[in-house]
Every structure is written in structure tokens, then in C-alpha cells.
Design a protein around this ligand. Structure first.
Ligand SMILES: [Zn+2]
Length: 184
């Protein structure tokens, strides 16, 4: 099965299905292996899985530079960059945006994810909504933040910085020139 996605490169599903769970042995482990062929990062292999019996989750990523501490700076110029660039965040990756004013550290909202930058920003809005419940006194400030995020989803014009000591987080940009990678 091949899926064409619209960033500069393409993604193929190598395997997808229910297999034996490596932890509990039940045949309820939904496992997917994806290969992204990207001019920027080379071939990126992603394995992810979830067992509905025991709750075991797997997320792993492999590409040439894995293991090197990286900082990826992504600048979304417009809404197309936001909608069509992909974010792969491992459990060791932190994501921040100096312009939007947030930082997600590993550990706090540390679940691995593969999503578009747009999908990621909707998650940020979800986190902010939860914060509003926990800290009603800052609700006005949080509402302003949420409005700002929605505006940036439509219009772009912001930067995301993804740092990962293991080099397992990536941004696969719609336009190559919107990403800069630094090895730390
Ligand atoms: Zn299991």
C-alpha cells in the first residue's frame, strides 16, 4: 500500500496490522511501520504500535542521524507550511515556540506523536484548555493565547524549535527551506 503525502518526499506504509504483542503475547498489538523518503533527512523509518490488551506502546524512529543531539528550527511562513509539514516527536523531544510563547518538555506532555504541524497546534490548544480548568484565574491570558494559536494556524508566521538529545524528533517540512537543523 502506498500513500502519497504532500510534503517534498513520500511516505509508504511497509506494514500495518494486528500482530502478537511482545509484552503480553495477545494478538492485539496494532503495529505500523512507515518509511518516509525525504530529501532532507534521507530515509526515515518509524515503528509505532499499541496493544489494546495490556496497553503497551511502541514508538521508535530510525534514520542516519539518530543518536546525535539535534535542534530543528522550523519557520512556518504561511498556512500551507502549517497544514502540510509533518512533526515527529519522540518521547525525548521538547518543542517550543518563542513567538507563540510555549514550551512542551518531554515528561510533561511526553507522548510520542506523528502529526502535521497543524494537528500539533490543536493539541497545544487542548493543553491550554486543560490549563484553564486547573488555573481559572489565568483564563483570560490562556484565551488570548488560544486565539493567537488559531490565527497562526491559518496564517503561519511563527517558529517551532524541536530539541532532542537522541535526535529522534524531526520536522518533515512542506518546503525544505523552512527547516534548519543544528547538531548540538
Ligand atoms: Zn500486550
Amino acid at each position: 500500500m502506498f500513500l502519497n503525502v504532500s510534503f517534498d518526499g513520500h511516505m509508504s506504509v511497509i506494514f500495518g496490522g494486528e500482530v502478537t504483542c511482545p509484552v503480553c503475547g495477545a494478538k492485539t498489538f496494532r503495529y505500523t511501520e512507515l518509511l518516509y523518503e525525504t530529501p532532507f533527512f534521507g530515509n526515515v523509518l518509524i515503528q509505532s504500535g499499541f496493544c489494546s490488551s495490556c496497553g503497551y506502546r511502541l514508538f521508535d524512529i530510525d534514520y542516519a542521524e539518530v543518536g546525535r543531539p539535534t535542534r530543528i528550527v522550523f519557520t512556518a511562513l504561511d498556512g500551507v507550511d502549517v497544514a502540510k509539514s509533518f512533526l515527529i516527536r519522540s518521547k525525548t523531544g521538547s518543542i517550543s515556540s518563542p513567538d507563540l510563547g510555549f514550551t512542551l518538555e518531554p515528561g510533561t506532555h511526553g507522548e510520542p506523536m506523528i502529526t502535521t504541524v497543524e494537528g500539533f497546534l490543536y493539541k497545544v490548544v487542548d493543553y491550554a484548555e486543560r490549563l484553564k480548568v486547573l488555573e481559572p484565574e489565568s483564563a483570560d491570558k490562556v484565551d488570548q493565547f488560544i486565539q493567537k494559536v488559531y490565527k497562526k494556524i491559518d496564517e503561519g508566521g511563527f517558529t517551532l524549535v524541536v530539541e532532542d538529545p537522541l535526535g529522534k524528533s524531526l520536522i518533515l517540512p512542506y518546503r525544505q527551506e523552512s527547516v534548519r537543523i543544528e547538531y548540538l
